[in-house]
Design a protein around this ligand. Structure first.
Ligand SMILES: N[C@@H](Cc1c[nH]c[nH+]1)C(=O)O
Length: 386
């Protein structure tokens, strides 16, 4: 006979974790820093809800979220609700509805938790992820794409994340090229998969008349300046060339604002949600597999152009110095409350003495040491513990 193992009260569902101190604080303070940088560039904070009705969140471009969405039945209305796996489609919904009357360009920022069904393989954070990002709604110009990248770069600098690189891609480019070049729809899927795997041999085999062009595109991926010069030499049909040109223009707009940024270009790469319609960006830290954030261009309500970038504070906090605990002052019984308040204003945490539950005598000096306090406040006098 088999017996179930005893149920541990610490057991959590797969992919959900408790975040302890200092990690929880490092993440929260990191989010505050990011939001401060976003606000300083005119991005106003909004807070969409954690759950929405399935038929609104997963409609239109939100359909791309369906596989990653936890669904919950509302016991009250009996309607199906979805836990958001991504905040961007919520911002798009707000821009198209409640905020449709606000002047454009509309700059919005947001931060909050999301839940995904399957986290990416390289991710340690599990199924509850954190997002903090910006969306720039209205203008469809390379300078807007560049603004999002440069604001993001500045936010990472403020956080102290070292060795960051931005990889720019154009997801609609290859599908448009395959169509324009007349590749049969039945052959496209296999070819897209081969390109995704960067499998030059399979691309050569499946690419037909387009093989040489596709291999040249695969080889062009790399540091931005070199990639752009290789891409300019490739002969492409007009529609595909126009789409690729938009990627090149975005690279040049970023470069004009921040020539020092580490930029790479990959014309055949596709990652992320399937709602992106234009230039996309993924943010990496050198030597790490996890993405720090990603973004791209999309349409709000299928018609208004927008672009944005979402950071993953749960990934970022593992790359920045841990938040330091506040120095603690133990407040002896009867300690002066005004002095305690001024200590808190100076950045100390004050730990109030509490009477022992059984009415026994408490050795407060020993208690101050046991609780890790560096100072003791007796009356209005604060002394440092040896
Ligand atoms: N929210 C998207 C990225 C994005 C922001 N804006 C546009 N796209 C993601 O996490 O993949």
């Amino acid at each position: 006979m088999t017996e179930d193992p005893p149920f541990s009260p610490a057991l959590l569902p797969a992919g959900f974790v408790d975040l302890l101190t200092p990690d929880a604080r490092t993440e929260a303070e990191g989010v505050t820093t990011l939001m401060g940088v976003f606000a300083s560039h005119g991005y106003n904070r909004v807070r969409p809800p954690l759950m929405e009705f399935e038929e609104t969140l997963l409609a239109g471009s939100g359909a791309a979220l369906a596989e990653q969405s936890f669904r919950v039945m509302d016991p009250d209305s009996r309607r199906m609700m979805v836990l958001r796996p991504d905040i961007t489609p919520q911002i798009a919904r707000m821009a198209a509805t409640r905020l449709s009357g606000l002047p454009r360009p509309l700059r919005l920022s947001y931060a909050g938790p999301c839940v995904v069904v399957m986290p990416a393989a390289a991710e340690e954070s599990g199924r509850q992820i954190m997002q903090a990002g910006i969306e720039l709604i209205g203008p469809d110009v390379p300078e807007a794409d560049a603004e999002v990248v440069t604001v993001a770069a500045q936010a990472l600098e403020r956080l102290g994340v070292p060795g960051v690189s931005f990889d720019l891609t154009m997801p609609p480019f290859v599908p448009a090229l395959l169509e324009e070049a007349g590749i049969a729809p039945s052959a496209r899927q296999a070819l897209l998969r081969a390109l995704d795997r960067k499998d030059a041999a399979a691309v050569a085999e499946l690419g037909g008349a387009l093989s040489e062009t596709l291999i040249a595109l695969l080889r062009a991926a790399g540091p931005a300046a070199q990639a752009v010069s290789l891409l300019n030499q490739i002969t492409l049909p007009p529609k595909a060339r126009a789409i690729l040109q938009r990627l090149i223009d975005a690279v040049e707009a970023v470069h004009a604002q921040r020539p020092d940024l580490r930029l790479t270009v990959d014309p055949v790469e596709f990652r992320g949600w399937k709602y992106h319609t234009g230039v996309c960006v993924t943010v990496f830290a050198v030597g790490r597999a996890e993405e720090l954030g990603r973004g791209g261009r999309y349409l709000c309500n299928d018609n208004e152009p927008a672009c944005g970038l979402t950071f993953r504070p749960d990934v970022l906090f593992r790359m920045i110095p841990a938040a330091q605990p506040l120095p603690c002052v133990y407040l002896m019984p009867g300690a002066d409350s005004a002095t305690a308040a001024s200590l808190r204003a100076k950045g100390y945490a004050t730990l109030a003495a509490l009477p022992a539950a059984n009415g026994q005598h408490t050795d407060h000096s020993a208690e101050a040491v046991r609780l890790g306090c560096s100072h003791v406040l007796a009356g209005a006098t604060c002394t440092e513990l040896a």
